[in-house]
Design a protein around this ligand. Structure first.
Ligand SMILES: *Cc1c(COP(=O)(O)O)cnc(C)c1O
Length: 382
């Protein structure tokens, strides 16, 4: 309890909110699910969400019985198009989810104002956005709820983990009730997570990145270790057993540790993002506009390439860490989109971008190594 409170206080002071607004869960998606349940979202309701997200987001919507209604993204910000949102709203729309893709804040102020005017609940998917600001306030300040993820590759990590922030305090009793009904992680899960956190701390570097990534994915697929997503979650939107799960002390302790370094890491990410933008600009390539960067916090840097498979292979051979968020409008799903009620053809921007995107991690102290590689392979870059 004490560790949990310390962790909540640290998060609250970083975000500039009160610690009683914060709830800790096993994963970020559980925070989203809890928010949807607390609002009474159920069968017959519609929840608007962008195509170009992680599949666990529509999963949580479908678990409540509601239908995800997708909107396309803007090419320059990778976030939902406001015009498309307005077009898709019906009298069944209960919630609009807005996402900070790569840490680039969405138009959350505008969207949450629109929601308030139309009696719709707004939830901010801040899984990439912890530590960034939007119009003078921390990401996650404007919507009725925001959820953050502390999974491996998110802004700061507790291995896996999630935070729900409740801004509309009228929902506090429902959230508290749901939190009471949540189960606790098993001893095995806690030990496993602890071991993975240690392994990552001691073994992860540029050279081992690709090897460990492959090993982790394989062990997860075999269900030998606790993964970010279980194989079922990617196969079909059916609620897994024991889904509504609380956070545990292993996560809280690691969270406290990792938050201590976050200010330094954020600064480095920002400087690295600016350097990549300058590089891409000087080579006449697509880069993220600086007005989007001003108050935002990059998590990873998006680059569009012509032949992703080939480009990723080259990066792997050169030993450079590189990510592939998102390989489809519902990452990492690549087939049977109809199970999630999505027809990719209706979302041309999201579909196209998800075939061209790669992401560069921004945590490294020196990015020089990347530039040599990018320069040598610039014929792939759009
Ligand atoms: C990672 C991610 C999530 C889910 O976070 P978890 O903590 O893994 O549940 C949700 N939305 C987006 C956009 C993500 O990238």
């Amino acid at each position: 309890m004490e560790t949990e409170n310390t962790y909540k206080n640290e998060i609250a002071s970083f975000l500039g909110c009160d610690s009683n607004q914060l709830f800790l869960f096993w994963k970020g998606r559980v925070g989203l699910y809890t928010a949807l349940k607390a609002c009474g979202v159920r069968k017959g309701d519609e929840v608007i969400v962008q195509a170009f997200t992680c599949v666990v987001v529509p999963n949580s919507i479908i678990y409540t019985g509601a239908a995800p209604i997708y909107v396309d993204i803007e090419r320059h910000s990778f976030n939902a198009s406001f015009e498309d949102i307005e077009e898709k709203v019906t009298d069944k729309t209960k919630v609009i989810i807005t996402q900070n893709t790569y840490g680039l804040s969405s138009s959350v102020k505008r969207i949450s104002e629109y929601c308030a005017e139309n009696g719709i609940i707004c939830i901010e998917d801040c899984t990439h956005g912890f530590g960034g600001m939007h119009d003078g306030k921390s990401n996650g300040s404007y919507a009725d709820f925001a959820f953050y993820s502390t999974q491996w590759n998110k802004p700061f990590s507790t291995g896996i983990g999630g935070i729900l922030r409740v801004n509309n305090l009228k929902y506090l009793p429902e959230i508290q009730e749901l939190e009471r009904s949540a189960i606790t992680p098993t001893t095995r899960e806690k030990h496993m997570l602890n071991a993975l956190i240690k392994a990552r701390r001691y073994f992860l570097n540029d050279i081992s990145y690709w090897l460990l990534l492959k090993l982790y994915r394989q062990l997860t697929a075999w269900k030998i270790v606790v993964g970010s997503s279980s194989p079922e979650e990617i196969e079909a939107p059916e609620i897994p057993e024991a889904f509504l799960k609380k956070g545990c002390n292993t996560q809280h302790r690691e969270g406290i540790r990792s938050l201590k370094r976050l200010a330094v890491v954020l600064k480095r990410r920002k400087a690295n993002a600016l350097a990549i933008s300058a590089f891409l600009k000087s080579h006449g390539k697509t880069y993220v506009s600086s007005d989007l960067q001003a108050n935002h916090s990059f998590l990873i840097y998006p680059i569009l390439v012509t032949n992703r498979a080939e480009f990723m292979n080259l990066a792997e051979n050169a030993g450079l860490p590189m990510g592939d968020w998102f390989v489809s409008p519902l990452h990492p799903v690549t087939a049977n989109f109809n199970l999630w009620g999505l027809n990719c053809e209706d979302f041309p921007v999201a579909t196209k971008i998800s075939s061209q995107i790669i992401n560069i991690p921004l945590d490294r102290k020196s990015l020089k190594k990347y530039f040599g590689f990018l320069d040598a392979n610039q014929h792939f870059i759009l």
